[in-house]
Design a protein. Structure first.
Lengths: 131, 95
């Protein structure tokens, strides 16, 4: 029983690490600040949930489970708030979203509207600094 | 064994975040990388604590999560207003 719980907990930890790894790939590959924020925020909350749930299954019903729950509450409170504030700061600093149909947001942006409304080549080695 | 695999995955993801923080085109990419790296460090501390048989590392993980959030908010305030002594409010918004 305990071995089965350890196995399931270890599997959850590995699944959370793989989700975090997927978020790292997204942060490296996505072409825009907002898409990178999206990838990092979602995979951080999901990966933290999986890893901490796996560690809670390993530790059983002890004081460490309470601490793991506390860490989970902090991560789930702070990561979406930090991602929202980061996107807000980037948008108010004049960053315009680059891919997709963001026409309304482009007209609302603080900087001048970009002229290239067509879908960009999604390469991550863009040297163009934002306005 | 599984916990060691989790530690390896987290370390690789942290390397990706450090790479994004180095080559990031804008300062917001770097702030995002720093914040996400902090979250991954919290998870890494917790998993390493269980891997080495010392779950008291979770206290360090809690403290690191709080410090990470405060660091991100302070960095954003600094990069937006170029100082830390002005209030965060809509009246101080200068773009």
């Amino acid at each position: 029983m305990v071995d089965a719980l350890h196995l399931v907990g270890g599997g959850l930890v590995v699944a959370g690490a793989l989700l975090t790894l997927l978020g790292g790939v997204g942060v490296l590959r996505f072409p825009d600040v907002y898409t990178r924020i999206h990838a990092a925020s979602l995979t951080d909350t999901g990966g933290a949930t999986l890893v901490l749930l796996g560690l809670a299954l390993i530790s059983g019903l002890t004081l460490e489970t309470l601490k793991l729950g506390l860490v989970w509450v902090f991560v789930m409170l702070t990561t979406p708030a930090a991602a929202n504030a980061l996107a807000n700061a980037a948008f108010s600093a004049g960053h315009t979203p680059r891919i997709g149909a963001f026409q309304i947001m482009k007209s609302l942006a603080a900087g001048e509207a970009r002229s290239d409304t067509q879908r960009r080549e999604t390469s991550d080695d863009d040297k163009s600094s934002p306005p | 064994m599984l916990l060691a695999a989790g530690v390896a995955g987290l370390v690789v993801a942290m390397t990706m975040m450090i790479w994004r923080a180095i080559v990031g085109p804008s300062q917001y990419d770097r702030m995002l990388a720093a914040n996400s790296l902090g979250t991954k460090i919290v998870l890494l501390i917790a998993v390493i604590g269980y891997l080495s048989g010392r779950p008291a590392f979770l206290d360090i993980a809690i403290v690191y999560a709080l410090i990470n959030f405060v660091t991100t908010i302070a960095l954003m305030k600094f990069f937006r207003y170029r100082t830390l002594s002005r209030p965060l409010g809509p009246e101080a918004k200068d773009g």
